[in-house]
Ligand binder design. Structure first.
Ligand code: FAD
Length: 406
């Protein structure tokens, strides 16, 4: 797949050319420090500042916000342009948008359930990266079984007081707001006692403790809330409606926002291009890896899968094709894409042979050690937003109509 889209209307093709030229002229130079591979591993202030500056620049140029109406700071809803910008950013290997949790799942949830005031208060800061968001769903005892969460929000004069413990909270150390699930009615059933909040992080009683991953990188945190206050206006939707709202957020996280799937698919095709570069460059037994029939076969297979993901993403933009099973594509996309990314990172390491074990910081590590780093980090994608096992369960039960698992 090239940058050119077959059958694209002239006006859109011109817009694509304009975006492409702008990215080529404005994409920031590689910094001297190591950049994170994804929004899940933003650790240091210098990484954060570099990425935030880039998002702000894209927004100021008028290319972010084609899924948000103008009155809330967006460009006006234009799904075709939204998709084009996402694709061209991915294809140019430009840095990712650091406020991704906000852009791809908190923002669309606020658009769906927010009041006029909430939309006016939050959406522009999300687009410009002025206000970073994190997601406070998981707890030490409540990950896959999210509805068992124990963090409490108790109604007090003018607002709520939060006490509890969240974990694996990506970007919390830079966040101004959190989409927070908390129990407001412990006497109600597991699901109907939960409410959904837009919680201001810069308040007393919030202790953010960084956690380190298997790869040695940071990026997520655990958070202890001790009687932390939030105003009444932080409630999204109605009290007790939190479970349903959270399910909407999870669908956006899994790629339900129209156009996001194709952006991700464009990134995967680009990933195959980097893999091919390694195959041509790397020698095994005196010959380039690209001449080894087994590796060739595996690369082509990964490429075909990337094309299939791109087609599935395109299909998800035609609701009439999915009316019978609306949940199927976002669930399937998240499952397939996260496992595919893991296989490709592993394939990259295997193509490098013993050098594929050399880690970041080793002068001899090919591509700065990014292949084993990507492999280690790829496990997170198959866990966050619903593990592969849980997604298979949900697809089995709700899409294929299999009997419920015990
Ligand atoms: C990189 C990363 C970033 C994250 N970022 C965030 C974030 O920003 N905010 C946030 O709220 N959370 C975040 N998470 C947490 C993530 O959502 C949870 O880790 C995930 O939901 C799994 O929960 P758990 O870790 O408690 O594992 P558990 O639920 O304890 O699961 C452990 C294992 O048991 C399996 N399992 C559990 N139940 C079943 C079942 N019924 N059937 C079959 N298998 C089952 C799971 O698949 C898994 O393999 C992040 C996680 C990672 C890895």
């Amino acid at each position: 797949m090239s940058g050119h889209e077959e059958g694209e209307p002239k006006e859109l093709a011109e817009f694509r050319a304009e975006v492409k030229a702008w990215i080529a002229a404005n994409k920031p130079a590689k910094p001297a420090f190591k950049l994170p591979l994804s929004f899940l591993e933003v650790e240091s202030k210098e990484q954060f500042d570099y990425l935030r500056e880039w998002q702000r620049k894209v927004y100021d140029a008028g290319y972010l916000g084609y899924d948000v109406p103008k009155e809330y700071g967006g460009q006006g809803v234009d799904r075709a342009r939204f998709r084009v910008v996402g694709q061209e950013l991915a294809r140019s290997r430009a840095p990712f948008m650091v406020n991704l949790i906000a852009l791809q799942w908190a923002g669309p949830t606020i658009m769906t359930y927010g009041t006029e005031e909430q939309k006016k208060a939050y959406l522009q800061g999300i687009l410009s990266a002025e206000e970073i968001w994190c997601q406070g769903f998981s707890e030490p005892g409540s990950g896959s079984d999210l509805a068992s969460l124990q963090t409490r929000a108790v109604k007090v004069d003018g607002g709520y007081r939060v006490t509890g413990h969240k974990v694996w909270t990506t970007l919390a150390h830079f966040a101004k707001y959190m989409i927070l699930m908390a129990r407001t009615d412990p006497a109600a059933s597991k699901y109907s006692g939960i409410s959904y909040f837009l919680f201001p992080m810069e308040t007393e009683g919030v202790d953010i403790q960084p956690l380190v991953k298997l790869s040695g990188e940071g990026g997520f945190n655990q958070i202890v809330f001790d009687d932390a206050f939030m105003p009444e206006s932080a409630l999204l939707g109605e009290e007790g409606q939190g479970w349903n709202i959270a399910m909407t957020t999870l669908m956006f996280e899994r790629g339900a926002n129209e156009g996001v799937g194709r952006e991700r698919a464009a990134g995967f095709v680009e990933r195959i291009n980097t893999l091919t570069e390694v195959a041509k460059r790397q020698k095994r037994g005196g010959k380039p890896v690209s001449e080894d029939p087994v590796f060739r076969d595996r690369i082509v297979r990964a490429w075909i899968e990337a094309q299939a993901m791109a087609l599935a993403a395109a299909r998800s933009e035609a609701p009439q094709l999915n009316a019978d099973r609306p949940l199927a594509l976002p669930l399937m996309n998240k499952l397939v894409m996260s496992e595919w990314a893991q296989h490709v990172a592993e394939l990259g390491c295997e193509m490098l042979g013993p050098e594929g074990a050399l880690w970041v910081g080793d002068d001899h590590a090919p591509d700065g050690g990014d292949w084993p780093r990507a492999f280690m980090n790829s496990f997170g994608m198959t866990i966050g937003g619903g593990t592969s096992e849980i997604l298979r369960n949900i697809i089995g039960e709700r899409v294929l109509g299999l009997p419920k698992s015990k």
